[in-house]
Design a protein around this ligand. Sequence first.
Ligand code: SF4
Ligand code: SF4
Length: 403
Amino acid sequence: MQTWLPTDVAQTPSGKDVENILRSCVHCGLCNSACPTYTLLGNELDSPRGRIYQIKAMFEGQQVTRQTQLHLDRCLTCRACETACPSGVQYAKLIDRGRLELEKRVPRSYAQRFLRGALCWLIPSTRRFGFLLELARFMRPLMPVALKRYIPLAQTTGIWPAIRHPRHMLILAGCVQPVLEPGIDSCLARILDQQGISAQALYSGCCGAVSHHLSAEEQTRMRVMATIDAVWPFIEAGTEAIIITASGCGAMLRDYRDVMKDDPDYAQKAAMLTALCRDPVEIVEQLAIDNVGEGRRVAFQAPCSLINTLKLEGRVEALLTRAGFEVLPVMEQAICCGSAGTYSLLQPTLARQLRDRKLQHLQQVEPAIIATANIGCLTHLNTASKSPVRHWLSLLESPKTKQ
Ligand code: SF4
Ligand code: SF4
């Protein structure tokens, strides 16, 4: 499409990116039917094409309001529109730029600023988040049943095997997963150990995804740099791969190269980190897997980060099938479950509608277990699911790997 960005905007690095992306869009609207918010609300302004227009108008100098902010806030950044787009429009990059610009032009209410600031302060800190969750767990018996479902019970960490093999990989723990589901990473470590690979855990905190979701640019850069600094000694020591078992965080790590590309001190390091980054399925699918499924019925919820960002569609399902599970076909697999980072906290009504729609499709096939690949989706779906929702890695545990 044609653009008329003012020269002073078009000549900045960010303005050039925006202009190139806008010009690659041919306004066909093929992305709209893939969009969860357009599917729910039926409003062009809540569709990818509509958001692209609103971002274009803003960068061209037209007035933007809180209404514009609402339509951009409602976007889950699930990237289903990117997958559907035949012209290769880099929508996620565009909405990131658009949101940052909008933050400068439209001040948020005090209540919103407080909520977003509190989330930025609380969630990336394993210590703070862990303390609050412990407190909530203590109060849980006094809560009404509907609220109890939002407070997950404490999970066991599981045995972490000793470092004993020449092959080494690093598992990044992230921020909330060690508190919510500490057993997922140790499960992967045991699977790898059985196959002659030693895994080491690194508790370096949030990868930056939480602040990135909240358009807190400076905090995102700080978290990215802190993660690179923490990982760098392992890269220098020759770690074979850097794995993160939450696909949402894996998607963020793949973006490090782009986030830091203009930083003279971190650009090269970020590119190396991104190059070594792997989703667990990319490692485990290369290993010998025991037949542990025994025909159990599994419905897999494919997180948007896994299919639209990491482009690993179908890989976990194939692995579970190889392990002897009956993987059931699920309708609307490409529609987001509504978790989407902090979305379920900032847009609770839409997030609940998407969760219920997703669960309806997952439960319709009557699975014994629902599996997923991302801690956010797992926690979000578990608040209303009739079947247990687990990380797919924990399904591959055999008596042998549990030893
Ligand atoms: S983003 Fe892609 S699919 Fe959507 S309107 Fe533009 S060109 Fe068409
Ligand atoms: S990222 Fe997801 S929610 Fe946002 S416009 Fe694209 S498809 Fe819709």
